[in-house]
Design a protein around this ligand. Structure first.
Ligand code: DGY
Length: 326
């Protein structure tokens, strides 16, 4: 019997390929980034499975893939996929939670520390030869230890950030769509409605998924509620924040600064005004980029895909409605 056909729309780690070998007949895009749309339209025409990362998976693409049974997303966030279009066609969508939680929380905390203590700015200052004298006000930043952190979205990554914050003696607040009593008990996080959290937090750290309810969640109104000494951290998705409002907030000093791993448009164009601000620390969407995490994501995405193609319920099915009655 022939193996199911799979297209891997970007280059993944060997840990994932090892799972695919012998289970599916696969071809992989080996160019930069994700395969362009014209290639996907051709390659998916006779594919049973699609393993992708950051590709736009919309109704048009799915219509060009009549045999498709599963879209396996390399990553926990799946805002790049039109879930209702996939469900309407009976296509499973999977993601990779868990394996990247700790690495992403580490990066979130690195951004908190780097933004508060001006690490990128200080590094550039030293290397440019500007460090001529040591002075009492040189690169003075904001205290992290003992500060209040407001976590927006106490999911797995938000909880992992809360655990780190506890180690820094921080008061941990959270807001979200619902109360999470177990996570509250474990992390000591205290629930607070978003507006109140924004008013009292020294760090506001975003960990919610991007969806219709969270697009533009942090805009001018919310930024103006934050303390003038506060720092906004975004390792969720760029579009959760109104980037133009954030530029005004950071340049006009409504808030102290921001640490961003994600942007509305990625890769972020070099003429993005935020990149010119010293009080904004920026990274190229590397939240989960540790060796173990990325290998784990590849293996997890491949296992989800193979399970679905073998007729088994994948471990990380994000649209369980397609599985009803199977
Ligand atoms: C995720 O897992 O969602 C990361 O942002 C990588 O896409």
């Amino acid at each position: 019997m022939s193996l199911p056909k799979v297209y891997v729309g970007f280059t993944i780690q060997e840990a994932g390929l090892a799972v695919l070998r012998g289970n599916v007949d696969f071809e992989m895009w080996e160019g930069d980034g994700a395969a362009p749309k014209d290639i996907l339209l051709k390659k998916l025409a006779d594919a049973d499975g699609f393993l992708e990362g950051h590709s736009k998976v919309d109704a048009e693409l799915l219509d060009a893939a009549p045999k498709l049974k599963v879209v396996s997303n390399y990553g926990v966030g799946y805002d790049n996929i039109d879930i209702s279009a996939a469900s309407a066609r009976g296509i499973c969508v999977t993601n990779t939670p868990g394996v990247l939680t700790e690495a992403t929380a580490d990066l979130g905390f690195a951004l908190i520390l780097a933004s508060a203590r001006r690490l990128m700015e200080a590094n550039a200052f030293l290397r440019s030869g500007e460090w001529n004298v040591w002075s009492a006000e040189l690169m003075v930043g904001v205290d992290v230890f003992g500060a209040t952190i407001g976590i927006v979205g106490l999911g797995q990554i938000g909880q992992a950030v809360a655990r780190r914050a506890k180690g820094f003696g921080m008061k941990v607040l959270y807001s979200g769509t619902s109360r999470k009593p177990e996570a509250e008990a474990e992390s000591g996080a205290e629930y607070m409605p978003l507006d109140e959290l924004l008013r009292v937090s020294d760090f506001v750290s975003l960990h919610c998924p991007l969806n219709d309810a969270t697009r533009g969640l942090i805009g001018e109104r919310e930024l103006k509620m934050m303390k003038k000494t506060a720092i906004l951290i975004n390792i969720a998705r760029g579009a959760v924040v109104d980037q133009e409002a954030l530029f005004r907030a950071c340049s006009e000093k409504w808030i102290w600064g921001a640490g961003l791993d994600v942007f509305e448009r990625e890769p972020v164009p070099l003429n993005e005004p935020l990149l010119a601000l010293r009080n904004v620390t920026t990274l190229p969407h590397i939240g989960s980029a540790s060796r173990a995490s990325r290998d784990g994501m590849a293996a997890c995405a491949a296992s989800n895909l193979v399970a679905a193609l073998k007729g088994n319920r994948p471990q990380n099915l994000v649209n369980p409605e397609v599985w009803k009655g199977r």
